[in-house]
Design a protein around this ligand. Structure first.
Ligand SMILES: Cc1cc2nc3c(=O)[nH]c(=O)nc-3n(C[C@H](O)[C@H](O)[C@H](O)COP(=O)(O)OP(=O)(O)OC[C@H]3O[C@@H](n4cnc5c(N)ncnc54)[C@H](O)[C@@H]3O)c2cc1C
Length: 529
C-alpha cells in the first residue's frame, strides 16, 4: 500500500484514453504515473496486485496529491504543517471564478532552479510574472495547497491606494514628512501597477470609483477631517469630506453613517479571477507553478538554498517567501515570530431585490469601510449581492464558533435594517498577515544571502501585492533602485513588542493573550457613544 499523504485513497481502474502525455517512473512492484489534467497534473502511485498479471486494469491505484479537504480549523501557529493540496475555502470567489487555470502539478523529486518563490497567492504570482516579464527569469513557485489557496481567494476584493495599517498622518508622525512623501509616491506608483494588471485581466470585474470611509460615530468625523486635510495639503489628493446627507443620498443609506471621507482611488475586483489572470500570464512567460508542494524548510549550504519539500529537495540560487498570514515559524529563521496571523471573516448575501436596493439606497459599487478599529468593510458586488467583512476569532480552533459570524450579521443588520434576515449564501475566513509595526516589508533581510520576503500587508494586500511582486522581482534580479531607501524596503520585519518599546522574540507565545485583551478594549472603544 502506498504511503498516504493525507489525500483521498481510492481503488479505481486506470481508464484507457484518460491520459495525454504520460510520464512514468517504475520500481519492481510499483510505478508512479503523471497524468497532465486540465487543472493540474495528477499523480498516481500504482502497485501491482499480482505482479504476474500485467494488464493495466489489474493495477491498484492510490490517488495522491489530489485536493485534500478544506480544513476550516487550519491555524498557522498551531497546525502541524503548511497543508498539502488542501481544497479552497468555500468562498463566493471560488464559486464564481470558474475552473482554475492549468498549473505545473506537484513537484516530484529533486531539482536545480534559479529562483524558488514560496506561496502562489497574489504576491508569489506577481513576483513570478514580473521576474519573467521584466528580467527574463523563470521562477519556480511552490505552493503547499491549491493555487491561490490563501487570502488571495478569501478577501473582500477591495483595492485601495494604501498598504499596511497606518494612515498617512501616522506615516508623518513615525518617519517625518520627507519620508512620508516618498512613501506616498511609492504606494501611488504601486496603485498604478495594480491598475495596469487589472487592465490585463478585464474579466476580474473591476469596480472603480474610489473608497468611501464612513464615520460610524459623530466623534470620528474629526479624525476624518484631519486625514482629508493631510491627504489634500501634504500629498495632493482630491480627498473630500461628505456630510451625512451626502452619503445617504448619493452613495448608500448606511444607518450608522455620520459623514465620510471620499478618496478618489479605490477599485473593487473579483480577487480570484484577477489572481488566476496573474497565474496564466506568469506561466505563459515560462514560470512554473507547483501546487501541493509545501516547503518544509530552507537550509543554505555553500550559498545554495536547499528547499525541502515532501518529495524532494529543490536547490535554488534565490528563495523568496510570499506566504502571507500562512507564514509558519518553522520554515525559515528570517520569518520566525515576525508575522502575527489574524483571522478575518467575510460573508456574501443572496442577490438584493430592487426593493432592497431602494430601501438601502445603494447607489454605488465603490469599496466602503467604516471607522471602527475592528472595522467593517463592505460593497455591493456587480451581481447586487452584498459582501461584508470584519474581525473573527483569535484561534483556528474557535473559527467555526457561530458567534464570530454573528458579529458580521449583526453589523449588516445595524447598517441596513431593511436587510434583516436576508439569506447568507457564502461565509468564510482567512488568516491576514499583520506585522508587529503595522507596515509591510518587501526586503532582503540579510544582504549576504539571496533570501527575500514580501509579507505584512495587514489586510491591505489586494492592490499592494501587485507592486510588492514587481519590487521583489527587481530585488531578486539584483537591480538597485532609489526606492529601496524606504522603511518598507530597507528594514527587516520586527519581533513582537510591548507598547512599541521593547522588541523580543520571546513575546511571541503571548501575542494571542494580548490580542484577546485588545479585542475587548477596541470593541468597547468602537461602540462607545
Ligand atoms: C476575509 C479577508 C478579507 C480581506 N479583504 C481584503 C480587502 O478587501 N482588501 C485588501 O487589500 N486585502 C484584504 N485582505 C487581505 C488580502 O487578501 C491579502 O493581503 C492578500 O491576499 C495577500 O496575498 P499573498 O499572496 O501575500 O498571501 P496569500 O494569498 O495568503 O498566499 C500565501 C500562500 O502561501 C502558501 N504557503 C504558506 N506557507 C507555505 C509553505 N511553507 N510552502 C508552500 N506554500 C506555502 C499558502 O498556502 C498560501 O496559498 C483580506 C483577507 C481576508 C482573510
Amino acid at each position: 500500500m502506498a504511503e498516504n499523504f493525507g489525500a483521498s485513497n481510492e481503488d479505481a481502474p486506470l481508464r484507457k484514453g484518460h491520459c495525454g502525455a504520460v510520464s512514468c517512473w517504475h520500481h519492481h512492484k510499483a510505478a508512479v504515473v503523471l497524468i497532465p489534467g486540465k487543472c493540474s497534473w495528477q499523480y498516481w502511485l500504482i502497485s501491482v496486485r499480482e505482479p504476474t498479471v500485467g494488464t493495466i486494469e489489474s493495477f491498484t491505484l492510490d490517488r495522491r496529491a489530489e485536493a485534500a479537504p478544506y480544513d476550516p480549523l487550519y491555524d498557522p501557529l498551531v497546525s502541524s504543517g503548511p497543508g498539502l493540496g488542501m481544497d479552497y475555502a468555500p468562498t463566493y470567489w471560488v464559486a464564481t471564478a470558474g475552473e482554475p487555470p492549468e498549473d505545473d502539478g506537484p513537484l516530484v523529486g529533486d531539482a536545480d532552479v534559479d529562483v524558488v518563490i514560496v506561496g502562489a497567492g497574489f504576491t508569489g504570482l506577481s513576483t513570478a510574472l514580473f521576474l519573467a516579464r521584466e528580467h527574463g527569469i523563470r521562477a519556480t513557485v511552490l505552493e503547499a495547497n491549491r493555487t491561490c489557496w490563501g487570502c488571495t481567494s478569501r478577501n473582500g476584493g477591495q483595492g485601495q491606494n494604501a498598504s499596511g495599517r497606518l494612515y498617512r498622518s501616522q506615516w508623518i508622525a513615525r518617519w517625518g514628512k520627507e519620508t512620508a512623501l516618498r512613501l506616498d509616491a511609492e504606494i501611488r506608483e504601486g496603485f498604478n501597477t495594480f491598475k495596469s494588471l487589472i487592465a490585463e485581466v478585464p474579466e476580474c470585474e473591476p469596480q472603480p470609483g474610489g473608497h468611501l470611509y464612513i464615520a460610524h460615530r459623530e466623534r470620528k468625523m474629526e479624525f476624518l477631517r484631519n486625514e482629508a486635510k493631510v491627504m489634500r495639503d501634504v500629498f495632493g489628493y482630491d480627498a473630500r469630506i461628505l456630510s451625512r446627507a451626502d452619503v445617504s443620498e448619493q452613495y448608500v443609506d448606511d444607518q450608522e453613517n455620520c459623514g465620510a471621507l471620499h478618496e478618489p482611488d479605490g477599485i473593487g475586483v473579483h480577487p480570484l479571477k484577477l489572481a488566476f489572470g496573474y497565474l496564466r500570464m506568469a506561466r505563459a512567460l515560462g514560470a512554473r507553478v507547483h501546487p501541493s508542494t509545501p516547503v518544509l524548510s530552507v537550509e543554505t549550504i555553500n550559498g545554495v538554498h536547499h528547499v525541502r519539500t515532501p518529495r524532494g529537495v529543490v536547490r535554488a540560487k534565490a528563495v523568496a517567501f510570499a506566504t502571507g498570514g500562512y507564514t509558519r515559524n518553522d520554515v525559515t529563521k528570517a520569518l520566525r515570530a515576525k508575522i502575527m496571523p489574524i483571522l478575518s471573516n467575510s460573508l456574501v448575501t443572496r442577490v438584493l431585490t430592487p426593493d432592497e436596493i431602494a430601501a438601502t439606497n445603494f447607489r454605488t459599487h465603490e469599496v466602503i469601510t467604516d471607522t471602527r478599529t475592528l472595522r467593517y468593510y463592505y460593497r455591493l458586488l456587480p451581481d447586487n449581492r452584498l459582501q461584508i467583512g470584519s474581525r473573527s476569532s483569535i484561534t483556528g480552533a474557535d473559527a467555526q464558533n457561530p458567534k464570530h459570524m454573528a458579529v458580521l450579521v449583526e453589523g449588516l443588520h445595524r447598517k441596513f435594517p431593511a436587510l434583516k434576515g436576508i439569506r447568507i449564501d457564502y461565509s468564510w475566513w482567512g488568516w491576514v498577515d499583520v506585522s508587529h509595526d503595522m507596515m509591510p516589508r518587501v526586503t532582503q533581510p540579510d544582504p549576504r544571502q539571496n533570501l527575500f520576503y514580501a509579507v505584512g500587508y495587514g489586510g491591505n494586500g489586494v492592490s499592494f501585492s501587485a507592486h510588492a511582486g514587481r519590487r521583489l522581482a527587481q530585488r531578486i534580479a539584483g537591480q538597485r533602485d532609489p526606492s529601496w531607501n524606504l522603511p518598507i524596503y530597507d528594514s527587516a520585519l520586527q519581533y513582537p513588542n510591548v507598547f512599541g518599546a521593547v522588541q523580543w522574540q520571546g513575546f511571541a507565545p503571548f501575542r494571542r493573550i494580548g490580542r484577546r485583551f485588545l479585542y475587548h478594549l477596541y470593541h468597547a472603544q468602537d461602540e462607545a457613544r
